[in-house]
Design a protein around this ligand. Structure first.
Ligand SMILES: Nc1nc2c(c(=O)[nH]1)N[C@H]1C(S)=C(S)[C@@H](COP(=O)(O)O)O[C@H]1N2
Ligand SMILES: [Mo]
Length: 166
């Protein structure tokens, strides 16, 4: 198994009955089950993971769905430029430009196994571009809200992650 850190799973995380909703400035809102997501084309991304707290997990292999494929299923309306990715643990959320988010993987597997709940299962956002930050690896992704302007007010992930550094 990987050397990702194991943190407590927040009480609000309930993977049973999990769905992913895609809403906002899209042609059709989606509500996807795990089986729906697994029916998209899957791809594998190998990556090292580095947390700003100062630890690294080398050589992880993520497998999942390219977020752009999911967004295309919903149909982006003209002017859509940003999205807020929400998680099951309360206010944890991160705003992305759609250019970055489209290239990210919504990982369903880690190192050949179903993604364990302690590492964000059923689905974890895995940005793979050179600007990626640890707090953008959203565990327990439950919703993607698309819009025309950045979701600055709801973007809590960076502050929450930095507040954990001692
Ligand atoms: N939903 C959610 N995702 C999250 C976090 C969080 O608190 N909530 N913490 C982030 C940070 S700062 C890190 S370093 C990684 C840790 O991943 P791990 O628990 O699998 O080691 O999860 C990221 N994703
Ligand atoms: Mo982190």
């Amino acid at each position: 198994m990987s050397d990702l850190r194991t943190h407590d799973v927040p009480a609000a995380v309930d993977p049973d009955g999990w769905t992913l909703s895609v809403t906002g400035t899209v042609d059709r809102s989606l509500r996807l089950t795990p089986d729906d997501l697994a029916s998209f084309p899957l791809e594998t991304a190998a990556d090292d993971f580095a947390c700003v707290e100062g630890w690294v997990a080398d050589g992880l292999s993520w497998r999942g769905v390219r977020v752009g494929t999911v967004l295309d299923r919903a149909g982006l309306t003209e002017g859509s430029e940003y999205a807020l990715v929400r998680a099951m643990d309360g206010d944890y959320a991160c705003s992305f430009s759609l250019d970055r988010l489209r290239e990210s993987i919504l990982a369903l597997e880690l190192d050949g196994e179903s993604l364990p709940v302690e590492h964000g299962g059923p689905a974890r956002l895995v940005p793979i571009d050179s600007e990626r930050n640890c707090w953008e690896h959203i565990k327990w992704v439950s919703a993607i809200e698309v819009g025309e302007t950045p979701f600055s007010d709801a973007d809590t992930a960076k502050d929450l992650a930095l507040s954990r550094i001692e």
